[in-house]
Design a protein around this ligand. Structure first.
Ligand code: GDP
Length: 479
């Protein structure tokens, strides 16, 4: 007997262990169901609780997304100019497009996790390029904020002194937790320059107040997930969702971020032309935060010292006359990403001019050298996204300290990178690099506040699974 086709059943690998929902038109976003052909299977399995939470979220988003009746009802509250909101059927978190692409990927993931934890619908401000870079992650609806959203024009002017800013209102006693009546929307300022009042977002008391506000508009350039763990009201749910704590960005990133066909073309053409046939793929992400252009000798030395010391690449031999007897030596493809070309050219030349001591051959490939950040250009951002993705396909990964570009690659790839430490005073750091403790990104600007005791505290010492980062001593990451 022929049973009817079950559209919810997809092979486990194609659906990334059940993370991806079915029901999409495959051709409109080829990467979604092709990524498994390029990635190694993840060593981490999403929990069945996470999978059911995602399916429920998709249902919520379909019911409340742009154009639906609950959405229109909630919009009325925004337009009414009433000082206080009536309860709405659906509540929303609006993510404002802000900062470099790596930062944006991390903050969308953070906002989505917050939406899951608070039963909100995430709407993404398309900014200038988000629709060009990312497919829709939720079936039969859209996560993009419609063009006629009434507050979009104000996004640029929202700041810490805006009358609707959560921290500003707290500071001026315009909000308090016992309030019955809350405004229809609040602006959450969670950028790296936020102040002590803005940071009260990370306290349970404030979360219970925020829970009543239909629209939250968020601007952040930080992966704030580690601090959500420190809120007692979220901790248990996070534990249920992610049995393996370090897999938050790994799973949510693979679930949310699917390159558009244009970007997928950049990724697959590059991969198939230069990387596919190598026996081993190494990713090296070089990002410097020095004054001046580079290449800098102390960084060149650092990269080389790290690759040799950690035995990521074979040493070169001084004996240029030694010839490998093998017709088919093991080949290593090194994918480097950098704004400039100098570092990888030097390494490439070294492996051409000298044999390796092991007889392996090493090729260096760098897709672009954009010279400087040009986030307003379409092709520039497509390439940045493609390069983060290509790095994530490596077998081993080396990243640069402080860079969210590298965090995205390590998280998507499920790779514990070697981190090139940040040089001080133009000197090669000693040691040049160290292995990351987990695949999770670092929260660069966490609060140091004990909400209960109402005094400062070291938030990296409260629970064993939220610790200080390897590359930023005051940062926090999940471990
Ligand atoms: P972060 O500044 O390192 O945390 O990473 P972001 O991605 O947030 O911002 C850096 C931006 O500079 C990227 O989004 C790109 O626009 C550009 N950029 C930096 N490094 C590279 C690189 O290796 N390749 C490309 N294509 N762009 C880069």
């Amino acid at each position: 007997e022929q049973s009817s086709v079950d559209h919810t059943a997809m092979p486990d690998d194609k659906s990334l262990g059940g993370l991806l929902p079915s029901g999409f038109d495959e051709a409109s976003c080829v990467s979604r169901y092709q990524s498994f052909m390029y990635r190694k299977a993840s060593p981490f399995k999403p929990s069945s609780y996470l999978l059911s939470k995602l399916r429920n979220y998709e249902e919520l988003h379909r019911r409340c997304g742009p154009g639906t009746q609950p959405y229109n009802e909630a919009l009325k509250q925004l337009k009414s100019h009433h000082k206080s909101a009536a309860p709405t059927e659906c509540n929303y978190i609006v993510w404002i497009s802000y900062s470099g692409l790596g930062n944006r990927i991390l903050t969308v993931a953070s906002a989505f996790l917050y939406a899951l934890l608070t039963n909100r619908v995430l709407l993404v401000d398309p900014g200038t390029d988000m629709t060009d870079l990312f497919c829709e992650p939720f079936p039969s609806t859209s996560w993009f904020l419609p063009g006629d959203f009434p507050l979009t024009k104000q996004f640029n002017s929202f700041n810490q002194k805006s009358p609707q800013c959560h921290g500003y209102m707290l500071k001026n006693n315009l909000l308090n937790v016992s309030m019955e009546r809350v405004p229809p929307y609040l602006y959450l300022h969670l950028g790296h320059d936020y102040n002590d009042h803005d940071k009260l977002f990370f306290c349970d008391e404030d979360q219970s107040l925020l829970g009543k506000v239909p629209w939250l508009i968020m601007r952040t350039d930080n992966y704030f997930v580690p601090s959500l763990y420190l809120l007692p009201s979220f901790e248990q749910e996070l534990h249920n969702l992610f049995h393996e704590k370090v897999t938050i960005f790994h799973h949510l990133g693979r679930y949310l971020f699917h390159p558009t066909n244009q970007v997928w073309g950049l990724i697959t053409r590059y991969y198939n032309a230069y990387l596919a046939r190598a026996d081993e793929r190494i990713g090296v992400q070089i990002r410097t935060f020095e004054d001046g252009r580079g290449p800098f000798p102390h960084v060149q030395e650092q990269i080389q010292a790290c690759l040799f010391k950690e035995k990521i690449l074979p040493q070169v031999s001084k004996d240029d006359s030694s010839i490998s007897s093998s017709k088919n030596p093991k080949s290593i493809a090194v994918l480097t990403t950098s704004l400039i070309s100098g570092y990888s050219e030097t390494m490439r030349d070294m492996y051409w001019e000298h044999p390796t001591v092991t007889g392996e051959v090493v090729g260096f490939y760098q897709p672009s050298h954009e010279e400087f950040q040009q986030s307003h250009k379409k092709m520039h951002n497509r390439k940045a996204w493609a390069e983060m993705y290509l790095l994530s396909l490596s077998d081993k990964l080396v990243t640069s300290a402080w860079s969210t570009f590298g965090y995205v690659a390590q998280g998507l790839g499920g790779l514990k990178p070697w981190i090139l430490y940040k040089p001080e005073n133009k000197k090669t750091p000693q040691p040049p690099c160290g292995r990351a403790m987990s695949i999770e990104p670092c929260f660069h600007a966490p609060p140091f506040w004990d909400c209960k005791a109402k005094r400062g505290t070291d938030t990296g010492k409260i629970v064993p699974h939220v610790i200080h980062c390897e590359d930023i001593s005051w940062g926090l990451k999940v471990f």
